[in-house]
Design a protein around this ligand. Structure first.
Ligand code: NI
Length: 190
């Protein structure tokens, strides 16, 4: 089942998401599956639960499309539950990022090269791992989502001003997009 993806401007994208208790959420595997389906349907490489309207500390990533540049990413398909970034290090480097909640906008974002993260997978197996390069980049972007942050927060005031109208348009649904979205500034029944 595909979810509609929540667009820029929805308050759920600004909330710090809450941790998931295994007992409180027995259907986590089905949710993870649906999130992957939603992400693939929108040609994304990552999707966080707040982007489908759920303020939960969960995100999914499939970085396989970057395998040409980074062969180690070929089988990088994972769900991250209750993730916690323990450490970030290395030089900051720019990459032109996009976001399924902010269609049609891409901007250079600087992030640190390496991170150490603790998380659970959908079987509640615990991991503590180190990532760098593109894997770290995607994790950082998705992790920001469960912290209520968006990549546009990281832009210079000038860049932000330049895209402000476009962001407002996205909230109102004035954007060309080929996947199902939920726009916060569109009144029901329109
Ligand atoms: Ni995003």
């Amino acid at each position: 089942m595909k979810f509609p993806i929540v667009a820029y401007g929805d308050p759920v994208l600004r909330r710090k998401a809450t941790a998931i208790e295994p007992d409180e959420y027995p259907h986590i595997k089905a949710l993870v599956e649906n999130m992957f389906e939603t992400m693939y349907g929108a040609h994304g490489v990552g999707l966080a639960a707040p982007q489908v309207g759920l303020s939960m500390r969960l995100f999914v990533i499939d970085a396989g499309t970057f395998a040409e540049d980074e062969p180690s990413l070929k089988d990088f398909k994972k769900a991250f539950i209750n993730a916690k970034i323990l450490e970030e290090s290395g030089e900051e480097w720019p990459f032109n990022e996009g976001c399924l909640s902010i269609p049609d906008i891409r901007e250079d974002v600087y992030r640190k090269k390496t991170l150490k993260i603790s998380y659970y997978d959908e079987n509640w197996k615990h991991y503590e791992e180190t990532y760098d390069g593109m894997a770290a980049r995607i994790i950082q972007h998705e992790y920001d989502h469960i912290e209520g942050k968006l990549f546009t927060d990281k832009l210079s005031p000038l860049r932000r001003r330049l895209i402000e109208k476009k962001l407002n348009d996205i909230s109102k649904g004035v954007v060309d997009v080929d996947y199902k979205m939920k726009f916060p500034a569109v009144k029901k029944g329109r």
